[in-house]
Design a protein around this ligand. Structure first.
Ligand code: PLP
Length: 491
């Protein structure tokens, strides 16, 4: 063992040096966000950088400033680039400066949000209360901040399964249910729900995918037929998952109709609102979400359209006792002193409401961002994205060689370049090549989907930095690349 004269810890050896470095880090971070528009919307990771990122862990220390230089050389230039005003891929958020600063502060305090008597759980409780009020759930509901929509859906579906299984699932397992447990959603439901149902032991067939209507929403008549058929076959329908903003096209299921159906059939009404639930804040979306407040549970993402830095999801459950019953397990080393004071007192243990014991202080970035901006500004950002989607739709419709491939839902626009005279396969390949060329140009970063066999570009805006002009740039670039590709015969 190396002999040391000083007491070794993981704190800086030279605090002044670290302080100067920290100031540089903060300055660079602010520049990075401020100058987002100056960088390409995407650039691939070069091979030499990827190679260095495969090296084994060092056994000895490095100067912190050198580590930071390595970060600047190998990591900073090649992000996913969600901060860019023309980043419109998958469905992301674009982050906030306050969110970034609060991540630093959360890590500085480094609390564990499993439970205990300290201030951080009170912050999470307050944030959950804000979300609960926002989506119109009663004060008696419970909630949990999660890593994202996937865990929020998983948490809610666990509660739904346990509440409606017709047996004590925690003690006896799903095999003790009076029949196979079945949940229902449209074919447009996000795949994380399928994963959740499989993980809950119900098998992939435990999620009945009901063909979506032409507008990509859940077809209620088909839902009713499937539930009737399943009951007749001895299954135990337990839940309908409605989507508030589908990943493909932003479609919003008819919440009131599904709420009526669930209450008449005794089914749990769950809403996957990962994309669209927060748009209750946007005056040009709010009405489309009517009935969402009647759900038994709702999963939503704050790291998508609310732009809180990843990860930040939330689940709200109307029946807080059912929620707690699904997860609470209190071994002796986690016993609470109800009134005795001390660090273990208090009944606010978030580990009783989800799978995780140790949990990060993700509530802080939500708390600070919401306090900084106020909910109304978030709503205005979303409303503008919806207007921008309509604007892009008009640009597409005005061009003979562009066509919309789905109705525009929320802020998601699906379209393709179609020069005419190509069969489906060639047209799909042309649009695939176009998308890759567009992304590699660094001008804009949409993603893609395939709708009823048609491969298309998918612009999921969800970006508080996008300006209307950015969509003019996109259309010009798509037409330019598309025409070049259409002129170039395939190899
Ligand atoms: C409708 C919907 N549900 C759930 C998810 C999963 O959420 P997360 O990626 O935050 O886990 C997504 C992700 O895009 C989504 O669009």
């Amino acid at each position: 063992m190396e002999h040391r004269d000083t007491f070794e810890t993981l704190d800086p050896e030279d605090w002044e040096h670290m302080r100067r470095l920290a100031h540089r880090v903060v300055d660079d971070a602010l520049d990075y966000i401020h100058d987002a528009r100056e960088r390409p919307a995407w650039r691939p990771v070069p091979a030499d950088v990827a190679g260095r990122l495969e090296q084994a862990a060092p056994h000895g220390p490095s100067n912190p400033a050198d580590v930071y230089e390595e970060f600047k050389r190998d990591i900073l230039p090649y992000p996913m680039n969600t901060t860019h005003p023309r980043f419109w891929a998958w469905y992301m958020g674009s982050g906030t400066v306050m969110g970034a600063l609060s991540e630093l502060l959360a890590a500085t305090l480094n609390p564990n949000l499993g439970g205990g008597n300290h201030v951080a759980p009170l912050v999470e409780k307050q944030v959950i209360g804000w979300v609960r009020d926002m989506v119109g759930f009663p004060a008696s509901s419970s909630g949990l901040l999660t890593s994202g929509g996937s865990m929020a859906n998983f948490t809610a579906l666990t509660v739904a399964r346990n509440a409606n299984a017709g047996c004590d699932v925690r003690r006896m397992g799903v095999g003790a249910a009076p029949g196979p447990l079945t949940a229902y959603a449209s074919t447009e439901v996000h795949s994380c729900n399928q994963k959740a149902i499989e993980t809950l032991g119900l098998g992939s067939g435990g999620l009945r995918l009901i063909p979506a209507s032409d507008d990509f929403t859940l077809d209620l008549a088909a839902l009713r037929r499937q539930v009737d058929a399943d009951r007749a076959a001895g299954c135990v329908p337990f839940c309908v998952i409605a989507t508030a903003g589908t990943i493909n096209t932003g479609a919003i299921d008819d919440m009131n109709a599904i709420a009526d159906f669930c209450s008449s059939e005794g089914l749990w009404f769950h809403v996957d609102g990962a994309i669209g639930a927060v748009a209750i804040l946007a005056e040009n979306v709010r009405d489309q979400l009517a009935g969402m407040e009647r759900a038994d549970s709702i999963a939503l993402d704050l790291h998508k359209w609310m732009h809180i830095p990843f990860e930040a999801g939330c689940v709200i459950v109307r029946d807080s006792a059912a929620h707690r019953d699904a997860f609470a397990l209190v071994p002796e080393y986690l016993q609470r002193e109800a009134d005795g004071g001390g660090m273990a007192s208090g009944s606010l243990w978030f580990s009783d409401y989800g799978l995780q014991l140790t949990r990060q202080f993700r509530a802080l970035k939500v708390w600070m961002s919401v306090k900084e901006h106020g909910l109304d500004r978030f709503g205005r950002m979303m409303a503008r994205n919806v207007e921008q989607a309509a604007y892009l739709g008009r640009l597409v419709e005005a061009e003979e060689q562009l066509e919309l491939t789905a109705p525009i839902g929320l802020d998601i626009v699906c379209f393709r370049f179609n020069p005419g005279g190509l069969d489906t396969g060639s047209l799909n390949r042309l649009n695939q090549d176009l998308l890759v060329a567009l992304q590699e140009s660094g001008v804009a970063a949409p993603s893609y989907t395939t709708l009823k066999g048609a491969y298309c570009l998918r612009v999921a805006i969800s970006n508080h930095r996008s300006r209307f002009e950015d969509f003019d740039v996109l259309v010009k670039e798509v037409l330019g690349i598309g025409r070049d590709l259409a002129r170039t015969p395939p190899l």
